[in-house]
Design a protein around this ligand. Structure first.
Ligand SMILES: [Cu+2]
Length: 307
């Protein structure tokens, strides 16, 4: 969808090396556009301070020493429905039909008590719900409402059949957490192969390039810069939403492990940067969201990380 000259222009404009020439884009399922419009961002700028001096310190205080345990400091979460004393309890996980699907769930602690008031604001919200079809072809990022009994509810579009991963992203005790469950939408499931890496993507007339500060490498911290242009010009109407300039979710191919990323607010008008450490070699799917003209727009990329 993009000519090489444009790619070169992006690389030159950014003055950055593409990470192993392995970043790629593809537009997100347009049928889920309206849920993307309703979506918001998670800046997670407080991650570094997680766990220290927090009232909920009894949770997650016995972190695994290393690896992908999902505690703060670990690169991946979203692999478990129950972790560090917290459990995601969905009301239902099986859905049929083309209409909106009401998804309700609650988070309980290790004594079975429903979490009601302990949620801490994270990017202006107390809980973010990210739902991705397991082939990564469909993405929704929404903000459920919490009832007085602690039950969260939201209408998901999920118009296309398949198996989805639903991540509840929240913070308690100063620590970011992502618990996840599978959701099933009955029907004729047509899985989509993961798109090939390509460093520029387009949505709604915008071109969004992604580049890495240095070639990507497993286990090494990198800065990913997204630069947004319209026509030949850098975009000037990038709007903050939920306290951030953009939002990024990164999932690992194969298990859809959920990577913690850290937005960097201090970049140019048309660029958004994130710090990320890809824990292992392999392919990842990036979902980048930004807001212009009052609408949240979503693009996705495939990234290949060498050893
Ligand atoms: Cu959110």
């Amino acid at each position: 969808m993009n000519v090489p000259t444009r790619l070169a222009a992006f690389a030159a404009a950014l003055g950055l090396a593409f990470g192993g020439a392995a970043l790629a884009g593809a537009a997100i399922d347009p049928t889920d556009e309206e849920s993307a419009v309703a979506a918001g961002g998670h800046g997670d700028g407080e991650t570094a301070s997680a766990g220290e001096g927090s009232p909920g310190g009894d949770h997650g205080s016995d972190e695994a020493p290393a690896g992908e345990h999902g505690s703060t400091g670990s690169p991946l979460s979203g692999l478990a429905v129950s972790q560090d004393g917290f459990t995601l309890e969905p009301a239902r996980t099986h859905f049929e039909g083309a209409g909106p699907k009401r998804f309700s769930f609650r988070i309980v602690d290790d004594r079975g008590r429903v979490i009601r008031d302990e949620y801490e604001l994270e990017s202006e919200r107390k809980l973010h719900l990210v739902v991705v079809r397991r082939d990564t072809a469909v993405y929704e990022h929404v903000h459920p409402r919490k009832g007085e009994d602690g039950t969260w509810s939201v209408d998901l579009a999920l118009r296309r059949p398949g198996v989805y991963r639903a991540y509840a992203d929240f913070q308690i005790g100063g620590e970011k957490r992502a618990l996840a469950t599978d959701l099933f939408v009955g029907g004729d499931f047509k899985p989509v192969p993961l798109p090939e890496p390509e460093p520029v993507n387009e949505v709604d007339g915008y071109s969004i390039g992604v580049a890495s500060s240095q070639p990507l490498q497993a286990g090494q911290a990198r800065t990913l810069a997204f630069s947004i242009s319209r026509g030949e010009s850098p975009v000037e109407d990038l709007q903050p939403y939920l306290g951030a300039r953009g939002h990024l979710v990164v999932l690992r191919e194969g298990d859809l492990g959920y990577l913690h990323v850290h937005p960097d607010e201090s970049v140019g008008d048309n660029a958004v940067e994130f710090g990320a450490t890809f824990p292992t070699a392999g392919r990842y799917r990036l979902f980048f969201q930004f807001k212009t003209g009052g609408r949240v727009r979503t693009v996705a990329y495939t990234v290949e990380v060498p050893r």
